[in-house]
Design a protein around this ligand. Sequence first.
Ligand code: SF4
Length: 509
Amino acid sequence: MMNGKISVWILGDQLLERHPALVAAEAAVGREDLRLVMVESRQRTGKLPYQRKKLVLLFSAMRHYAAELRRQGYQVDIVQATTFAEGLRQHVLSWQPVQLITMAASEYAGRRWQQEQLASLLGVDVKILPNTQFLIGQIDPFPDLAPGKRVVMETFYHQMRRRTGVLMDANGQPEGGQWNFDAANRKPLPKGIQPPALPAFAPDEITKKVMEEVESAGRGLGTVDGFDLAVTREQALAAFDDFLANRLPAFGPYEDAMSSHHRTLYHSAVSPYLNLGLLEPLELVHAAEQAYHEGRAPLNSVEGFVRQVMGWREYIYWQYWRHMPGLIEANAWDAHRSLPSYFWDGQTEMRCLRHAIRRALDTGYTHHIERLMLLTNFCLLAGIEPMAVNNWFLSAYVDAYEWVMLPNVLGMGLNADGGQIATKPYIASANYIDKMSDYCQGCHYDPKQRTGTDACPFNFLYWNFLLENEQPLRANPRLGNAVLGLRYLDEEERRRVRDQAQRFLSETA
Ligand code: SF4
């Protein structure tokens, strides 16, 4: 056993049931001589105009986590301070530990600060344990990978499946004989189908107090009204169980569908809890796998979910650490337009964007296809400056953190990283949106028109993007066919596309 007292700093997005720093500290000095500290930093949560529901989720989940640890007999300080440094200093002054143990932050700047400044700022020994919130870090999918070598998501995902054995048969082959069920998973939502609503969790006294504080701070997006998210691990598990029972079976076929009537369709919507540490990736993946083996969900749905958690989410985190800090500067398409003002109020006649933006501002959530094929698709076609788009997502979404948004928005959505993360720009005209949603019915614009008064902006912006970037796009084997479509545009039509795109962009900037 160690002599002296220990502090354990638990970050707000590391609310793990068995936090490694807590386990290590207890093993070193026992429960009596350790104290946990959590800091609500005004500077950090005021960095951007954050979604109020996100702030409620974060602070309420932290305070519930502290309450649960106190119930288990731990001493816990929750400190409200201007900065993390100030809050930790206050704690260190009163508790006088010989060492502070923490887990590495999931974000680049925070981790660098922990590693390079924290010990000298506090004047105590600091021990930083590896981050266990992701499978990456516990499993290295490519131990011999050469630095800078490009790995596409599909390769990464196969390797994660092999290394964990998830959805692998006894012969080491993917369950069902194939890795990918995309062909069965790209259906629009049929008319008249009503997906089940998400479970709602009524705010308790802790959450109500946080809601009052966030509201009275007078800053941020949206409103605290209607807050009904899970704020404890128990509630987050209940939310996930509800997904397994009621939505997972139909998740696969409709995972790319978009609807003006349903915000979450058959999605799990557990990313806010996963990204806070209330849920852990492997337990979700194993539970979905078990649902398949017990005949409660078909393979295409279970594989689609496993792909999201063990494929995309881990790949994104892995790529974030491979490409930081350079990712912040990425702007391969040289995009410099400002974010249109309707991203902050939803006042646009584009019905699809209006719905997606208002959902994001009101609830902090839209599912991944609305993020990719509406919001970032539009921003890429319109040449919006990548970090402006990134910061909008970081502000508006309840599940947004830098490690997920930078690679998702700059890499996958805007292709600003030169194709390191996604091998093609995800661009689409109104044709895709019309096929996968009901948005175009009743829209001010006509999804069939390329140019003219009623033409859908997604159309002339799409063709304008192809015209402007014909050479680099032609060189991409995954986009060659799209560029070939340019041969059907005569000079007059090309001029009309360009003129209308320029007019639209200058009017909406
Ligand atoms: Fe969106 Fe265009 Fe369809 Fe309107 S017509 S909903 S702007 S894709």
